[in-house]
Design a protein around this ligand. Structure first.
Ligand code: FES
Length: 113
């Protein structure tokens, strides 16, 4: 079942390599959405897996993201985003941002907030 705010966790924090991201799906405002879940230490951030440039997915293969030194790189045309904030720092959608999805980490589980 696809997680909603009231149901199962999105993933376990331990399933995300520190400084990297995984993909999962969740129901957001009634729609099943693909999410990028980024881990930084004991914290997690989530964004819709949609690039603000042309609406393409950020991953180069399902669930495989380019994340280096705190920067998420869109696989389509190379826009770069600060993983901590989702702000675009370079590329065709500079000054735009990823759409954040509020999440929290509770007992090692990443959940919709
Ligand atoms: S769709 Fe991401 S940079 Fe173009």
């Amino acid at each position: 079942m696809t997680p909603t705010a009231d149901t199962a966790p999105l993933c376990l924090l331990a399933d995300i390599p520190d400084g990297n991201a995984v993909e999962t799906e969740a129901v957001i405002q009634g729609e099943v959405e693909s999410l990028l879940i980024y881990r930084s230490g004991e914290e997690a951030r989530a964004y819709l897996n949609v690039c603000p440039h042309a609406g393409r997915r950020l991953d180069y293969a399902p669930g495989k993201f380019l994340v280096r030194n705190g920067t998420i790189i869109c696989a389509a045309h190379g826009a770069t985003f600060t993983a901590e904030s989702g702000d675009c720092t370079n590329g065709p959608c500079r000054e735009d941002r990823l759409r954040a999805v509020p999440v929290s980490v509770v007992d090692g589980e990443v959940r919709l907030a």
